[in-house]
Design a protein around this ligand. Sequence first.
Ligand code: 9GP
Length: 814
Amino acid sequence: MKKLIDFDKEGFKKEVITNVKTLYRRPIEEATPQQVFQAVSYAVKDDIIDRWIATHKEYEKKNVKTVYYLSMEFLMGRALGNNLINLTYYDAVKEALDELGFDLNLIEDQEPDAALGNGGLGRLAACFLDSLATLGYPAYGCGIRYRYGMFKQAIKDGYQIELPDDWLKDGNPFEIKRPEYAVEVKFGGYVRVENRDGRNYFIQDGYQTVRAVPYDVPVVGYGNNVVNTLRIWDAEADQEFCLDSFDKGEYEKAVEQQNLAKTIVEVLYPNDNHYAGKELRLRQQYFFISASVQRAILKFKEKNSDIHKLPEKITFQMNDTHPTVAVAELMRILMDEEGLEWDDAWDITTRTCAYTNHTIMAEALEKWPIELFSRLLPRIYQIVEEINRRFVLKIQSMYPGNQDKVKNMAILYDGQVKMAHLAIAGSYSVNGVAALHTKILEERELKDFYEMRPEQFNNKTNGITQRRFLLHGNPLLASWITDKIGDEWIVKLSNLKKLKVYATDEKYQQEFMNIKYQNKIRLANYIKEHNGVDVDPRSIFDVQVKRLHEYKRQLLNILHVMYQYNELKTNPSYDMYPTTYIFGAKASAGYKRAKLIIKLINSVADVINNDASIKGKIKVVFIENYRVSNAELIFAAADVSEQISTASREASGTGNMKFMLNGAVTLGTMDGANVEIVEEVGEENAVIFGLRAEEVMKYEREGGYNPKDIYNNDAAVRTVLTQLINGMYSSDDPDRFRDLYDSLINEDVYFILKDFASYVEAHRKIDTLYRDEKNWAKMVMLNTACSGKFSSDRTIEEYAKEIWNLKKVKVTLD
Ligand code: 9GP
């Protein structure tokens, strides 16, 4: 890797030694790996700080336009390795630590993942921050400093157990508390109107208050001195209420406030693509939105005197429906604090807010009961009511007499506040996250809104950062690529297409496949250490890692494994290439069926892995506690990338891109960004199966299909389904998996049986393709070579130009 930033090795070593001494009163020789991790991180932070200050000086000097990426989730993973990569001296630090007697990999392993997110949505936000800093765009990520992040998953007797993720227990060396930027957030009470000089003022009274205190985490750009900020908010009780100096009424209030502050940031809701509708969740949303928007306006006012210029200086990008209360909060600030009239405030708001939709799953689109919303946020509710009243008038004037339009589009309807509708009404841009997803939004899910204002809609296909998922996660491949085409791909991933010429050359094919093999050994060692299972790195590594959700169809995958096992056992002529099926997935704690699928995968693994008669042809591994840090190892080692969601359901997917980048072949449906992956790499270099989105949607319009027909006509399917209820994988409780059986036989809403035969065939195809070593090598190399489009740098350039109108900034150090 080219060194872009100077690194003083001896100075660094000295600083690490001093840090160990001052932090722990110990000589370096006696330091634990955790202590060395802290000491190294502080030394790195020291280097980051100067760049951080310089970046913000530059932003202020230029009075730049800034995007505030508002997100309940930032799935950052570990910071140390990534910061070293982006400071461009990872290798030099590795050497320095070697000289001090420590292994950087081991030191990196001391860091807990910052798991402030569930899955794709949160990881996308993290990749976007990396790209924004690398491209030099002024940006803040705004979120919550959850005390407990995404739970740690343990597997006990095949079941998922959730353990608290106490990620802050040793302290987070990279964050900085900024009490000077604390703001107050108000909940509850009532609104009274005061008329002063002929104008009505709305005043919230009798409320509870929470102090929002920001912690800033640096986001280092690659080799460019830019350091942006992820600002995550902590909650503290308002200090003005001193516990012992008030009478009883105040005392109780003070205690309540203390409790409210404590609970509000306590934990991340572990739901992916599903909203739980809990009061605390709405509190969390308003808490971090109010704090972020208040702070952004205060900062804006330091440099700008005319509030009407806000849209020229700020975009609030709302990541899904979770932060969309921002629309009303901005209206509140503009009217109640800045004294603007409604029309003026609305004009500014709707030119400042933009909304990204990440799902069409109905259960993920948030709707709050009006009773709860108005009780918790009385002033905000008043504003939403007025936004709704005016919006409904607009609908009625465009579509006179059309009650259906009002029903489908109103923000308040059926006793609920519909957050997606609020977001659309209050935004100048609405985007989907892959071409197919955006098309479905425009033609089906948000059709009425699209017809009303088509120019508001646009697509921004997701992307991932190559710096974490290739440069850091797959160092062997990264240096091979650099050796072939230079290192510019690190900031310009489209360069990878230059690798195409190597894909047909046997020598390079061997080199590439040898790297894959080394990475498979690395993963096999991890599996041995963590699962106690021996896997053969010469087998096909067929991988499905992602959140567990019925629509993602891990069940289809494991049913196919059961089918293959039956073939091996009963059909003497059945031949298959040895395959290791690797799963990794967390299920939301309350999602029973998803947890049962985890148990099924582990039960199938138990039976198959212990059956010597199949001579190790199939191995099944469930990797415990799948998260960003082990994901990096997994992507690098995969041969086959399972992207098998029911077509139309996966908005984009981003794991699919990480696999492709690392040279795996997609085995998938035509869903989400898979469609674009196939477009880039060519259909002959992916294996596609199953119903297409239009077919799925047609069945759905017509009330579904009859899975019993398949059960009756397909003996192989019948056998596999019967094994769910005959105790083959649950001898102690044959009814354990009956719920899965019933769900498939009775409705099969995710078309698992419908796609089964086609999935079997797709696997046969993989088997055949893999045996042809040269062609397989060519396929995987072309996957890497054609993955340039899927860099989050490309995505962010599109957002910056087409939605945010940001200008790049250059930062130099004095
Ligand atoms: O389910 C989508 C996933 O397909 C997409 O890649 C990701 C990032 O855009 O967002 C997920 N959506 C959610 O988690 C909830 O909307």
